[in-house]
Design a protein around this ligand. Structure first.
Ligand code: F6R
Length: 608
């Protein structure tokens, strides 16, 4: 969260900083700013709102500013509301910084600096970094030593770049539990909180170690350890990277990414299907199939995909699976054993809670597998084994194609584990693999052709301030994801309930015309969920049923029924998710929401 860029080189810095920030804007977009060296010192320009607001200020006052070095930031507010004052960069005395992360002990540090005479201008935790650095710099005029001392004082997570007033055209950077890369490119030298900002310039970068201060000038980058000793980090060479092809003819990234789903599933499966059968590294299968229990740990949509995976693995391979919310897992872990294995799912590969949970398990020497979409990301790098989804860059904040790709990969993994544990025959595995690789993309394409009808349904149903989703078993897991998708981009209050649970309290909220959307698939629980839908219909709710087979009882109960054809009952959820993604998209548009950048959210959640 929060995008950071730094530049020093022989070219104009301002357009490069702005360009970098635009590539990083997915990380947060409630304010933005840059600071750059000019002949008359460091200039800071920042504004609440999107980067365009900062650009407008630059056009007005700094049309002809010349600079070859600076730093920039696009913010996702943690401490202090979005405002011009709280926007980064922050300056204290000689030091100007931008920060990504959370300084947990900022209150006590701020009190200490205030006692020494510092006047703070923002409500942020970040400003204390500038204040501390300025204090230490005044003691010994050594930026590296000052920043080392700052690091000793900070608790929490951070990636920071800093300018010192009299260290012209030099940027310093350091990090802890938060990404910051340094790259030497033909265009100049860069810091960035994500490789994506420099991807067009180089396929090699450096990841400064924690505790190291990197010093970036036009001549190169130097790295200094805690005692001031020079370090030489190993370069990371990017052998593969997702390519952002823009949004093409689509009006929004989200819509484009929903239409990418057939391809995302095909590309994901391609790596793991050999001669029509699921194919994974045997060592990985060995370890997972021998596990007492597999824990799937993730956040948000990735967690919801993990829940589908739990169903697949338990049913097909007979291995017990628990799904855990990463932010809870890291502080309140269940009682796992040394024979248990851990799968961490993440689109970005940078989610702070998921990464911290994985580190906790790695530190205990237990087996970790990352299932990620972003090559070279933190979670991909640090797991014992990694499986990639091949959904391509996901730019819209609401995750869509990554969910379907994660579900597809988990299904293939479950099949492979089922073959390993002897519960799935080769013939069944081959049939099910075909249903996934050919059947699901075809079924998804069919849903995509019905976008206009889905828009009409969304306009008919999403007229109330609240909306409820019902389902049982895997239908409930999809209900949870569908509820999350709708609420995050349309701002309608949504809740998902295990259908039988509704009458234990929540049914009190059902009144005339409250939309209730029931997900129904398979035969074992069809009649039960239809009954639950009938219960809310009897209380005048407006009922929409999304089903794999519209039986007469569904038509009699619901105000509308949408049928998703799917190649097999167990693959219904991967296909029906597309209905709900489009449903959320059209609802958000109707309500005039910013579909790709919903309020208060950011794409990569690198703070806990
Ligand atoms: C919802 C959404 C989030 C993410 C969550 C985890 O649409 O995008 O809930 O799924 O923040 O992100 P990753 O998968 O990057 O770890």
């Amino acid at each position: 969260m929060c995008g950071i860029i730094g530049y020093c080189g022989g070219n104009p810095a301002i357009p490069r900083l702005l360009n970098g920030l635009k590539k990083l804007e997915y990380r947060g977009y409630d304010s933005a700013g840059i600071a750059f060296f000019t002949e008359s010192g460091i200039v800071t320009v920042k504004a609440e709102g999107r980067i365009a607001n900062t650009e407008a200020l630059l056009r007005g006052d700094y049309e002809n500013a010349v600079s070859v070095c600076g730093i920039g930031h696009t913010r996702w507010a943690t401490t202090g509301r979005p405002s011009d004052f709280n926007a980064h960069p922050h300056r204290s005395g000689a030091v100007t910084i931008v920060h990504n992360g959370i300084i947990e002990n900022y209150k006590e540090l701020k009190a200490e600096c205030e006692a020494a005479g510092t006047v703070f201008r923002s409500q942020t935790d970040s400003e204390v970094i500038a204040a501390l650095a300025d204090g230490y710099y005044r003691e010994n005029a050594d930026p590296v030593a000052a920043l080392q001392k700052v690091m000793e004082r900070l608790k929490g997570s951070y990636a920071v770049t800093a300018l010192f007033e009299d260290r012209t055209n030099t940027v310093y950077g350091f990090r802890r539990d938060s990404p910051l890369i340094a790259a030497e490119t033909p265009d100049g030298n860069y810091f960035a909180s994500d490789y994506i900002a420099v991807k067009h310039l180089t396929d090699t970068y450096f990841l400064p170690e924690e505790g190291v201060v990197a010093e970036l000038t036009a001549r190169g980058i130097r790295y200094f350890g805690p005692q001031g000793e020079q370090r030489a980090p190993a370069p990371v060479t990017v052998t593969e990277s997702n390519r952002d092809d823009g949004k093409g003819d689509f009006p929004h990234y989200m819509l484009k990414e929903i239409f990418d789903i057939p391809e995302a599933i095909r590309n994901t499966c391609r790596d793991h299907v050999l001669e029509g059968l699921p194919s994974f590294d045997d060592g990985l299968l060995q370890r997972l199939s021998a596990a007492g229990r597999i824990y799937i740990v993730a956040c948000g949509t990735a967690l919801n995909a993990g829940k589908l995976g739990k169903g697949y693995i338990e049913r097909l391979a007979g291995i017990p699976v628990s799904c855990e919310t990463a932010s809870e897992f890291r502080y309140f872990p269940p009682l796992y054993g040394k024979n248990d294995c851990f799968v961490f799912i993440s689109q970005s590969g940078e989610t702070a809670d998921t990464a911290a949970s994985m580190r906790m398990i790695n530190a205990q020497g237990l087996y970790t597998v990352a299932l990620v979409n972003t090559p070279n990301s933190t979670i991909a790098r640090e797991a014992a084994d990694v499986l990639y989804t091949r959904a391509g860059v996901e730019t819209a904040v609401a995750s869509t194609k990554a969910y379907n790709a994660q579900g597809a990969l988990l299904f293939l993994l479950a099949l492979a584990l089922g073959m390993k544990t002897g519960r799935v025959s080769a013939a069944d595995a081959a049939r099910k693999t075909g249903e996934l690789t050919d059947g699901v993309p075809a079924a998804v394409r069919k849903v995509l052709t019905e976008s206009a009808r889905i828009r009409e349904l969304s306009h008919r149903f999403c007229t109330a301030p609240s909306c409820f989703f019902l389902g049982r078993g895997p239908d409930f897991f999809l209900a949870e994801e569908s509820s999350l998708k709708l609420k995050e981009i349309s701002y309608i209050h949504c809740e998902a309930y295990a259908a039988g649970e509704l009458k234990h309290g929540t049914i009190a909220l059902i009144e005339k015309d409250v939309p209730v959307i029931a997900v129904i698939s398979g035969e074992t629980i069809r009649a039960k969920t239809i009954n639950n839908a009938a219960e809310v219909k009897a209380r005048s709710a407006k009922v929409l049923i999304v089903t794999d087979r519209a039986v007469p009882e569904e038509r009699e109960t619901a105000d509308a029924v949408f049928t998703v054809d799917c190649p097999a009952e167990e693959l219904f959820h991967l296909c029906a998710a597309v209905f709900f993604q489009l449903f959320a998209y059209h609802t958000a548009l109707l309500r005039g929401c910013d579909v790709d950048k919903p309020r208060n959210l950011a794409k990569s959640v690198t703070v806990e």
